[in-house]
Design a binder for this molecule. Structure first.
Ligand code: ADP
Ligand code: MG
Length: 559
């Protein structure tokens, strides 16, 4: 075939024009180069490899992690008259044989395979006898150990470089944080790659985060006031809750149905079909719902429980307003969510490193929830994008929250992180700040630091809020590979210099709680002794205590 990309776009897929970076990515792959494509969900990643697959001679091999995703894609392609097939464990033997024969005969334009299948020695050997147009690695964030979709087999895909020299590789994902991107580039493209990053901005979505009180009534009010008779998705953490909430909404006159992985397949498909077809259906679902669903007029996505991470939040809310018309991303959260997720993590049998990563993602998400800044700006900043100005449309822009100035505390914390050698996690640093009588602190000699015990006025919880804000803004970073040790980033300079301030949301409930708890917690036994000890030590060593806010050495280091 020697058709141009445009001709294929029109004749095969029936679209008039390319979107975003599609065309330049396609040109790169057509010319035999590697490509990494970061594009939000629904952005049109598939065409980036499907069109080169049809133009380059040979079969394109597409690595995909989910059988359901493969099946949908293959079905859609066949519908357009493309010779596509998949190989996976769910195929009946005769179908598998037919596909293998077609592959051998060079009749397939696209072959979708699971990574473990592709990596089988015999299969790779067979492929190297054939003409391969390209390798496409879909959902490429599965290679990242930092992400929660980590698939060890994805790591081994680096062998394609040696086994198939000259065959271009294209990797695609909707996860765009810088860390994941670096991991993909390093792991899949040691030979170099050109990367395309699309904007993750969704200007038509109005983001809002509220506190979880009378959540059901809040949700009902929100639907009645803003989305009566419209389509929406309500996400809940548990299957049971999707059923009870759907039933309750239906009682209140909302056209609502549940969806979760524990339902019978037919029932689940029936609910999904109704959601696609009807204009006013609210689906109450677990996260099992959504991947591969392409409904343009979803007017709202509500979260009744915290999602797992900012990435998940972005992906899930991204299902609203695909048609570009105004849509809402509505969420309520409470401390009970945090406790619940932490408990699930504690009970999980996942490797410790993975649990650590999950914990840090939770912290980042809480940072987003607690933020007093423009939501859209905060989200985009998380994905490494600068967005000029505030959106003027999110909850924080429309109704600026009550805040309290914690600039001084933020500087105390940064100083303490620095003073303790930038090798401890938040718990430890906060213990030092609050002057905890602790064996480890004493062993490290940190009870002698000038930052020891200066932060007793804030509760632990308030200190965590400050820490999360610093993390969320990138002033402080947490070591991902180790044990979450905090370290300072360049970005914190203006705050340390006093050129910038930090404010956090004034949380009435936490104030009350911290005050009542403070009476029991503020003066641990032996604290005065430690304090005295530290003062004496400091005097003996000639280090004046409390000299931290304008810490000369620290400033020197950062200059
Ligand atoms: P992603 O994999 O990035 O989530 P898809 O490749 O599944 O997105 O595409 C999402 C939707 O956009 C599909 O329905 C697809 O047919 C449509 N689409 C992709 N590119 C174009 C285009 N250039 N013009 C019109 N529609 C497109
Ligand atoms: Mg896709």
């Amino acid at each position: 075939m020697s058709e141009s990309p445009h001709e294929v776009l029109r004749s095969v897929f029936g679209y008039q024009a390319f979107r975003g970076h599609q065309q330049s990515v396609i040109e790169q792959v057509l010319s035999g180069g590697n490509a990494l494509v970061l594009m939000p969900t629904g952005g049109g990643k598939s065409l980036c490899y499907q069109i080169p697959a049809l133009i380059r001679p040979g079969t394109a091999v597409v690595v995909s992690p989910l059988i359901a995703l493969m099946r949908d894609q293959v079905e859609a392609l066949r519908h357009s008259g493309v010779k596509a097939a998949c190989l996976n464990s769910s195929l009946p033997p005769d179908e598998r044989r037919a596909t293998e024969q077609a592959l051998q005969a060079g009749e397939l334009d696209l072959l979708y395979v699971a990574p473990e299948r592709l990596l089988q020695g015999a299969f790779l050997a067979r492929l190297s006898q054939l003409r391969i147009a390209l390798f496409a690695i879909d959902e490429a964030h599965c290679v990242s150990q930092w992400g929660h979709d980590f698939r060890p087999e994805y790591m081994q895909l680096d062998c394609l470089k040696e086994r198939f020299p000259g065959v271009p590789r294209i990797a695609l994902t909707a996860t765009a944080d810088a860390r994941t991107r670096r991991e993909i580039e390093a792991q899949l493209f040691p030979d170099g790659v050109e990367t395309w990053i699309s904007s993750f901005d969704r200007p038509n979505i109005r983001y809002g985060v509220g506190s979880k009180q009378n959540a059901r009534d809040q949700l009902l009010g929100f639907i009645r006031e803003r989305h009566a008779g419209q389509s929406g998705i309500v996400y809940c953490l548990s299957r049971k809750k999707t059923e009870s909430l759907a039933a309750w909404l239906a009682d209140q006159g909302v056209n609502a149905l549940p969806y979760h992985a524990g339902m019978l397949a037919e029932e689940r498909q029936y609910h999904q079909r109704r959601f696609i077809q009807e204009e006013d259906l609210v689906i109450v679902a677990t996260v099992a719902f959504g991947m591969g669903i392409d409904k343009p007029d979803v007017r709202f996505v509500a979260h009744m429980d915290l999602p797992r991470s900012i990435e998940s939040y972005y992906q899930e809310t991204g299902r609203a307003g695909r048609d570009g018309l105004p849509a809402d991303a509505w969420m309520v959260y409470g401390l009970q969510d945090v406790v619940q997720i932490r408990q699930m993590l504690a009970q999980s049998t996942a490797p410790e490193a993975q649990k650590q990563a999950e914990r840090r993602r939770l912290e980042a998400l809480l940072g987003f929830c607690e933020s007093t800044d423009c939501r859209r700006q905060t989200l985009l900043a998380y994905f490494g994008e600068d967005h000029a100005g505030q959106c003027g449309n999110c909850d924080n822009c429309l109704q600026p929250p009550d805040t309290r100035d914690v600039t001084e505390q933020a500087r105390m914390l940064l100083s303490c992180v620095y003073r303790t050698g930038q090798r401890f996690g938040a718990h430890y640093v906060i213990d030092v700040l609050r002057g905890k009588d602790d064996e480890r602190i004493r062993r490290n000699g940190h009870h002698r630091l000038s930052t020891f015990g200066i932060g007793e006025k804030l509760s632990r919880r308030q200190w965590f809020t400050v820490t999360r804000q610093l993390l969320a803004r990138g002033y402080l970073e947490a070591d991902a590979e180790g044990h979450g040790s905090l370290f300072l980033s360049e970005a914190c300079r203006p705050l340390l210099r006093g050129e910038e301030s930090l404010r956090v949301r004034e949380d009435k409930a936490s104030q009350r709680r911290s005050r009542s708890r403070a009476t029991g917690e503020a003066a641990p036994a032996g604290w005065e002794a430690l304090r005295r000890c530290r003062r004496e030590q400091a005097e003996a060593e000639g280090v004046p205590p409390y000299v931290i806010f304008h810490d000369a050495t620290l400033m020197e280091m950062l200059r």
